[in-house]
Design a protein around this ligand. Structure first.
Ligand code: PGA
Length: 254
């Protein structure tokens, strides 16, 4: 069954005290006010994974994600973090292929395919991001770009492996800009992605895949976005840094 998901990508923000306060507030507000079955995934920076895990481990529907990981098993890779380290502190998910990683750290499909394999081998579910830049959209390349991201990073997986992947469609021009894709624009791409998954695997696999929208999701646009038939929730940056705002986004999952 397809899951409804609100994922918080805190990026390189917050100090430890702020991360703890935000997590505690979210746990409390959702316990009091959210009664749905959606999953709430928090993706703090590496230093706070354990801290956050301690606060969410008994909270219904909460999961822990990293924002990135290294593709190798372990060893002499100074400054890097391995999948086994993430699971050892309770992470269940890892964001992979975020456009900021693609843009600033040169991550491409070949590397992301390796990261995906390593994550899955350790039982970590990838939240795999795809999305076009503004110039690609204006050049009419949106579908071909998301197809390249999806197939290059994920379509080597078999259906059982693919069942553990969450997709996030994040148009780069909408990330952190306040310019959200309209619900219709987002739905069009989500539907296209689901069609690609159906063609590669099966209609049943496609129907079971959670496809999140990311890019300036806010409390006041989440209901309409999440109401689209192929949008199963959101990957949220800026608006996930405020407990009240993110709680409203969680409630929009229904
Ligand atoms: P934003 O970021 O919500 O601040 O646009 C989304 C993301 O990059 O995942």
């Amino acid at each position: 069954m397809r899951k409804r998901i609100a994922a918080a990508n805190w990026k390189m923000n917050l100090n430890a005290e702020q991360a703890l306060a935000l997590t505690s507030e979210l746990v409390q507000i959702t316990r009091d006010e959210y009664h749905g079955n959606g999953e709430i995934i928090l993706a703090p920076s590496f230093p706070y994974l354990s801290l956050v895990q301690h606060l969410i481990k008994d909270a219904k529907g909460f999961f822990l994600s990293a924002q990135n990981m290294h593709q190798e098993e372990g060893g002499a890779y100074t400054g890097e973090v391995a999948a086994a380290m993430l699971t050892s502190v309770g992470a269940t998910h890892c964001i992979l292929g975020h456009s900021e990683r693609r843009q600033y750290f040169g991550e491409d499909e070949a590397l992301l395919a390796k990261k995906t394999d390593k994550a899955l081998a350790h039982g970590l579910k990838p939240i795999f991001c795809v999305g076009e830049t503004l110039s690609e959209r204006e050049a009419g390349e949106t579908f071909s770009v998301v197809e390249r991201h999806l197939s290059g990073g994920l379509f080597h997986l078999d259906a059982d492996q693919f069942a553990n992947v969450v997709i996030a469609y994040e148009p780069v021009w909408a990330i952190g800009t306040g310019k959200t894709a309209s619900p219709a624009q987002a739905q069009e791409v989500h539907q296209y992605l689901r069609g690609l998954i159906a063609a590669r695997y099966s209609a049943a696999v496609a129907d079971d895949t959670s496809i999140l929208y990311g890019g300036s999701v806010k409390a006041d646009n989440a209901v309409e976005l999440f109401g689209q038939p192929d949008i199963d929730g959101g990957l949220v940056g800026g608006a996930s840094l405020k407990s009240r705002e993110f709680a409203e986004i969680i409630k929009a999952l229904g």
